[in-house]
Ligand binder design. Sequence first.
Ligand SMILES: NC(=O)c1ccc[n+]([C@@H]2O[C@H](COP(=O)([O-])OP(=O)(O)OC[C@H]3O[C@@H](n4cnc5c(N)ncnc54)[C@H](OP(=O)(O)O)[C@@H]3O)[C@@H](O)[C@H]2O)c1
Length: 220
Amino acid sequence: MQPKGGTWAEFAVVDAHSLILPLPDGLDMEQAAALPVAGNTVLRALAPLGDLPAGATLFIAGGAGAIGTLAVQVARRRGWRVAASASAHNHEYLRSLGAEMTVDYHDDGWIEEIRGWAPHGVDAALAVHPGTSADALRVVADNGSVITISGDSEPSERGITLSMIDYAADVRGELLAMMEGVVSGAVHLEIEHVHPFAEAAEALDRVRTRHVRGKLVLRL
Ligand SMILES: NC(=O)c1ccc[n+]([C@@H]2O[C@H](COP(=O)([O-])OP(=O)(O)OC[C@H]3O[C@@H](n4cnc5c(N)ncnc54)[C@H](OP(=O)(O)O)[C@@H]3O)[C@@H](O)[C@H]2O)c1
């Protein structure tokens, strides 16, 4: 959980009080490597939606990566109804995580499909894939919320609140609960592949395609 990245180090000096969490019994090192950065990001990104009641609707733009995989599940646990975009081959996967509605961002009509599912617009959208905030704005209801993971900046409209990851939010308790959920089976952690360290460059190339399902892990 280092604030400036650098998570490939075998040894690092960090603030034990703010940056270290105990690993729950039963979480192996590969799962432990895959969870905190994405989990931390998702929980901090969703922090501004803390008041959204059960039954509210959330659209996740780019739902099958590491961020989307956890965001769908956190949203479902809060009782929100979830729609998410990804390529068609990932739709069954997204539904297995709890998404109620899936759309393919390659299809021209996906915005209308979301509008059909939530006729007044969704209450909130999480713009995961870079550049998706503009599209997210188009499916959000008046006075709703768009949260951007990648830091897109769009002019707001119709009273919609645009926000970014809340780096000040303290999500350690929720992150610990998420890790315990992986151990108990309540949270699904998707690891597309575990690479030996010698394949780090190939792994990065795969990440750059932006089509990894869940996470890649390097084994030191
Ligand atoms: N992973 C982390 O731990 C982490 C932590 C902090 C921040 N972030 C940031 O969060 C963002 C998402 O990261 P990620 O790891 O979840 O994976 P990612 O590889 O950036 O995103 C994968 C998802 O984006 C979809 N996608 C690909 N091209 C798209 C497009 N043109 N329009 C809409 N969706 C598209 C993919 O769908 P298909 O494959 O189904 O086509 C898949 O659902 C990135 O900007 C990343 O830098 C990630």
